[in-house]
Design a protein around this ligand. Structure first.
Ligand SMILES: [Zn+2]
Length: 121
């Protein structure tokens, strides 16, 4: 399997600030997202914060969009993330060509997000 070359968009995203430095994002209803953890699709390791970079933009009053590219130092592959964070603490994003929504089982835990990111590309 050949390694995919990064696209220009990946390079642009990797030149931005780390996602961790742009969190937490807060909503008017007092909810907030504190953690964003991305998993490498090559080797399944969590991508270190300093290598997970991109843009966190407020796209609506109740929604932030994260577009990020993560460089994995373990296997040297790049994983792209695109998802929306909502004020009700659900997340949505494309998976298998469809836009889907995920709800956390417990507000306290973010393991579900890791699980979700494993499925995205
Ligand atoms: Zn990797």
């Amino acid at each position: 399997m050949s390694r995919k070359k990064p696209t220009q968009r990946d390079l642009d995203l990797l030149a931005m600030s780390s996602i961790a430095s742009q969190l937490p994002v807060r909503f008017e209803n007092k909810t907030a997202w504190h953690v964003f953890a991305g998993e490498c699709r090559g080797c399944k390791q969590t991508i270190p914060d300093e290598h997970l970079r991109g843009a966190v933009t407020r796209t609506a009053q109740w929604c932030f969009t994260i577009e990020a590219s993560g460089y994995c130092p373990e296997c040297r592959s790049i994983t792209r993330f695109l998802l929306r964070l909502h004020a009700d603490l659900t997340a949505s994003g494309p998976m298998n060509g469809l836009w889907q929504t995920w709800k956390p089982k417990r507000k306290a835990g973010f393991a579900w997000l890791l699980r979700f990111l494993k499925l995205t590309r």
